[in-house]
Design a protein around this ligand. Structure first.
Ligand code: ZN
Ligand code: ZN
Length: 160
């Protein structure tokens, strides 16, 4: 079996994984009534493969490099639609930026005020509310927790 050993994922296998991902994305979009266009799929693919909570601007500049026909408006409209349909989560941060992610499970975020790093902090006890909980007649669709402080890397630097 040629190329079966080693850690490197063979090109064929990688292609197959991408095809599977596209299929999964199409299924997910159709499920909520979104027509899976090429550009919508690309945005979803980017968010699935890059779990960095990118802003629309970041997504645009990355995709533009690969697909020159991508327009900024398309990216913004796509993200808005995906958020409305509950396929992606939009996190408002304090610099008037919105960060997007496909991970819809409740989790908290940490933002470093020094280096600007923004990352998942796993499931925290503060997230006891469940999706679809009702508070005073208002339906909760998601709960966002953003903790701010100095990340462990910046803290380590300060000690040195
Ligand atoms: Zn930091
Ligand atoms: Zn997250």
């Amino acid at each position: 079996m040629p190329g079966g050993e080693g850690r490197e994922i063979p090109e064929m296998e990688r292609k197959k994984m991408r095809t599977e991902l596209v299929k999964e994305i199409c299924r997910r979009l159709e499920e909520v009534g979104i027509r899976p266009t090429h550009q919508r799929i690309e945005v979803m693919k980017y968010l699935t493969e890059n779990r960095v909570h990118p802003t629309a601007e970041m997504i645009y500049s990355q995709l533009k490099a690969v697909i020159p026909t991508f327009s900024k408006t398309t990216v913004y409209n796509t993200l808005k639609l995906l958020e409305e349909k509950g396929v992606v989560s939009a996190l408002a941060t304090d610099e008037d930026q919105i960060r997007y992610e496909v991970d819809l499970t409740p989790h908290a975020h940490f933002k470093c005020v020094k280096c600007g790093a923004f990352f998942d902090l796993g499931h925290a006890g503060v997230l006891s509310l469940e999706k679809e909980d009702e508070i005073e007649g208002n339906l909760v669709r998601e709960v966002q927790v953003v903790m701010k402080g100095i990340c462990r890397h910046c803290r380590a630097e300060r000690v040195n």
